[in-house]
Design a protein around this ligand. Structure first.
Ligand code: AMP
Ligand code: ZN
Length: 458
């Protein structure tokens, strides 16, 4: 039923060990990853998470017959309310615009849309149901229109992140909140005033806290337990700790933290000069801006150039380096334009490297050293591995810019190139150089390749 020649291993943050991945149901693997809050452009750090989980899903799809990937869009949150108040725009207008831009930018990075991408506001009834159960089971209490999760009643609170109680309180960045019994308690539901978006609930008109949306959505779309839960390392605490608390306590699984998700996968930070890229530090580049300067595959390969658990420092240098790698492979593919690939030939060695805890640097090293003994085999391997990594998916001539320009007279260029070839054959190098200079003055560069002369716009 599944490709048992590949053994996938993943570092599980819950056990702090690299483990063999054994799905609950090998005929259907289920994965959830926490997506962005859609009130502004996503930055490259957010994109790292999207690209990593896209690669993981592609690996899973190579091995298992069916994979369901669910991710959320947070479209109700205090930051969104603040953005709406500041701009005077409706919340839906803001969230719809930025959800669309997020999906367009991720598509440009080769990220396939999750099978189910659900907005938090589409899951409010399920969130209310879950909160009701938590109150019934004495894991949550109502105070002053708020519903709070009572962390002191859950002995295993802090097990995922390994945070002590003092660290939990410090990490929760709690303001003085008179409605909390304990400073580490977190909000499940809060009241909305008239000007704020709100839904009717047993606790009055209000809105959900952030953490409950993922517990409700994962259960609704995947069922519990499911296989893999992912997100950036910053989400381990408090977000994922709270998701585990909510879901395990609601289902009587207080002593089995894997009863929500079995494997927890966290990507490391994208950094700038060693500091986490974040909106609050102001050291961010949006995916949108980066895409104006670099092609999607260049950004994608750069995001995959470090192991996902390691930090990755963003700089133009690594982008340029990865552009060169792709240019070189596109040159190779261009030179093999006439070769038909054999769909049955796969780059098993690259997939094996990826199966070792998504080791993308190792996979790229293996990819670089695939031997070119036979063109059909070589091209087939490059393209099959490229499909899993999400690179080399473009037309080589287009990538290299050959014969591509909107605002030039293609006939004239080709005529000049032909005249230069004739001049060269006649050993009239002065004339040949004159033509090259004429083309260059028109903003066209030419290159003599084994397949003839190629031109592109400078
Ligand atoms: P947010 O919109 O801040 O909730 O983030 C959306 C996703 O991007 C989450 O999975 C975060 O963990 C992840 N993320 C945010 N900043 C970074 C960063 N600098 N590096 C890697 N992942 C990040
Ligand atoms: Zn989440």
């Amino acid at each position: 039923m599944y490709e048992d020649k590949y053994k996938l291993s993943l570092h599980n943050s819950l056990t702090r060990k690299k483990e063999e991945f054994i799905p609950l149901d090998e005929s259907h693997v289920r994965i959830y990853a926490c997506g962005p809050t859609v009130y502004d452009y996503a930055h490259i750090g957010n994109a790292r998470m999207a690209v990593i989980f896209d690669v993981l899903v592609r690996i899973l799809r190579e091995i298992y017959p069916k994979v369901t990937y669910v991710s959320n869009l947070t479209d109700i949150d205090d930051k969104i309310i603040a953005a709406s108040e500041k701009s005077g725009k409706d919340i839906e207008e803001i969230t719809e615009k930025f959800a669309r831009i997020y999906n367009e930018d991720m598509a440009a990075l080769g990220v396939r849309k999750p099978d189910i991408q659900s907005k938090a506001t589409q899951t409010i009834p399920e969130m209310i149901e879950l909160i009701k159960i938590l109150i019934e089971r004495d894991y949550a209490y109502v105070n002053d229109g708020h519903v709070l999760f009572n962390v002191t009643n859950f002995d295993n609170y802090g097990k995922l992140s390994g945070r002590s109680r003092d660290e939990q309180i410090a990490g929760a960045r709690v303001e003085i909140a008179p409605y909390k019994k304990d400073p580490a308690d977190f909000v499940l539901w809060k009241p909305s005033d008239d000007g704020q978006p709100g839904w009717n609930s047993p606790w009055g008109r209000g809105r959900p806290g952030w953490h409950i949306e993922c517990s409700a959505m994962a259960e609704k779309y995947l069922g519990l337990p499911f296989d893999i839960h992912g997100g950036g390392a910053d989400l381990k605490f408090p977000h994922h700790e709270n998701e585990i608390a909510q879901s395990c306590c609601a289902h009587g699984k207080e002593d089995d933290l894997s009863a929500f998700a079995r494997y927890w996968v966290h990507n490391g930070f994208l950094t700038v000069n060693g500091e986490k890229m974040s909106k609050s530090l102001g050291n961010f580049t949006t995916a949108h801006q980066a895409l104006e300067e670099y092609k999607g595959e260049v950004i994608r390969l750069t995001l995959l150039s470090a192991h996902y658990r390691q930090p990755l420092d963003w700089s133009d240098d690594i982008l340029i380096q990865n552009k060169k790698v792709l240019d070189r492979f596109y040159q190779v593919l261009y030179s093999m334009s006439d070769i038909e690939i054999d769909e049955n030939i796969k780059a098993d060695e690259v997939l094996e490297a990826l199966c070792d805890d998504i080791n993308t640097p190792k996979a790229m090293a293996v990819f670089n050293s695939i031997e070119r003994k036979n063109d059909v085999e070589y091209k087939s391997k490059l393209l099959s591995a490229g499909k899993i990594l999400g690179i080399l998916q473009e037309n080589p001539a287009k990538w290299l810019g050959y014969g591509q320009a909107d605002d030039v007279d293609v006939n004239l260029i080709e005529k000049l190139i032909e005249q230069r070839t004739i001049a060269k054959k006649a050993k009239d190098y002065v004339r040949a150089d004159d033509i090259r200079n004429q083309l260059s003055a028109m903003g066209i560069s030419i290159e003599d390749t084994p397949d003839g002369v190629k031109w592109k716009k400078l």
